[in-house]
Design a protein around this ligand. Structure first.
Ligand code: KG4
Ligand code: ZN
Length: 340
């Protein structure tokens, strides 16, 4: 284990986050600030995000240290997401973390953001029965949409991914077309509860095709066509709800189909883990549970606060990386932006 707690920073999108974990992975304190100032533009504006990270980080790090009751000198390791993500924010966060590590004379661990999502399920006590390797990860958020075979720390195989939009992006774009604001996933799910998921026929992109890639842009176009006759007129509530429900059903159908294939591609997996903001969707979650049950594997989805971007996952991935490097007598990675 490292000589003291790990202080971790996450800044790859629009969450400015810091967490401090004990060397055994217990979370001592954590803060996540979801930046405002993007909703007005209907999406995250990279330069605004980077400037906001710079403005917010000192206060967020200070608050996390205070809450943990620690002084900077107590920290044994500093970590940050170094990619993939919006480069401006990544540079602010990892530059801040590297400076802190230098001043404290402790090691810096560079963490791959997707790896951090992938390893979250292994946080002590999170998944009943633990999450031993190998397992299948479905990462579905606004920025990511992929199936990853998680075989060990630093050992990932991407089995498939989106060939156009991420799932969350599709939810957000459709929600925008329905006038639901941004981010639109939660609002769309709410509206869909009033609708009939079988009311409006929509395509199922890549349905039953080999592999486990995803595609959502055709679905988005189909929705735009259904909306076209209404022009600038207000949508009848009933129609909007049916469209939302039918869209959500189509997404759940294609994701379930892709996951069936991914589980076939990874017969050694005994566990399916869903992560990312879209994993909060209850219709999708139920379908995934069903897929797992049919394939005879366990299903786990970390609680929402650990599913969406946060620094706890970065700290945990740093601890796992540290331990793995020590076990193999390798240096800890301090400068990388590798992709699974
Ligand atoms: O993981 P996340 O917080 O951030 C990244 O994109 O990395 O995911 C946010 C995405 C947004 O696109 C949001 O609309 C979507 O997750 N989302 C949902 C739901 N809650 C959040 N999509 C569908 N149903 C939900 N309940
Ligand atoms: Zn993320």
């Amino acid at each position: 284990a490292p000589p003291g707690p790990v202080l971790a920073i996450e800044s790859s999108c629009d969450e400015t986050a810091c967490a401090i974990l004990a060397p055994d992975g217990a979370c001592l304190a954590q803060h996540v600030v979801s930046q405002d100032g993007h909703a007005h533009f209907g999406g995250v504006v990279p330069e605004i995000a980077a400037r906001a990270h710079l403005a917010l980080l000192p206060g967020v790090v200070r608050a996390t240290l205070d809450e943990a009751g620690l002084h900077p000198a107590d920290i044994g390791l500093v970590a940050a997401s170094t990619g993939p993500g919006l480069i401006g924010g990544l540079i602010v966060g990892s530059g801040f973390a590297k400076g802190l590590a230098l001043a404290l004379d402790v090691p810096f661990v560079a963490v791959n953001h997707v790896e951090a999502h992938a390893l979250t399920a292994r946080l002590p006590g999170l998944v009943e029965g633990g999450a031993p390797f190998p397992y299948l990860l479905l990462l579905v958020s606004g920025g990511h949409c992929q199936c990853v075979a998680v075989e060990g720390v630093g050992q990932y195989r991407k089995l498939g991914g989106t060939i156009d939009d991420a799932a969350g992006e599709a939810f957000d774009k459709v929600a925008k077309m329905l006038g639901l604001g941004w981010p639109g996933g939660p609002a769309l799910e709410k509206l869909a509860r009033e609708g009939d998921p079988t009311a409006i026929p929509l395509p199922r992109p890549l349905w039953r095709r080999p592999g486990c890639d995803f595609s959502f842009s055709g679905l988005k176009t189909a929705i735009a066509q259904k909306l076209a006759p209404y022009g600038q007129d207000a949508l009848p509530r009933r129609f909007a709800a049916d469209l939302a429900a039918s869209f959500q059903q189509a997404v759940a159908d294609v994701v379930a189909d892709r996951i069936e294939h991914a589980l076939d591609m990874m017969p050694q997996a005994r566990l399916l883990v869903a992560a990312g903001g879209v994993a909060a969707n209850t219709v999708l979650r139920a379908r995934l549970e069903d897929c797992a049950a049919r394939a005879g594997v366990r299903f786990a989805a970390p609680p929402l606060r650990l599913c969406t971007d946060n620094a706890v996952m970065v700290g945990w991935a740093a601890l796992e990386t540290w331990r793995e490097a020590a076990r193999r007598h390798l240096p800890v990675p301090d400068d990388r932006a590798m992709r699974p």
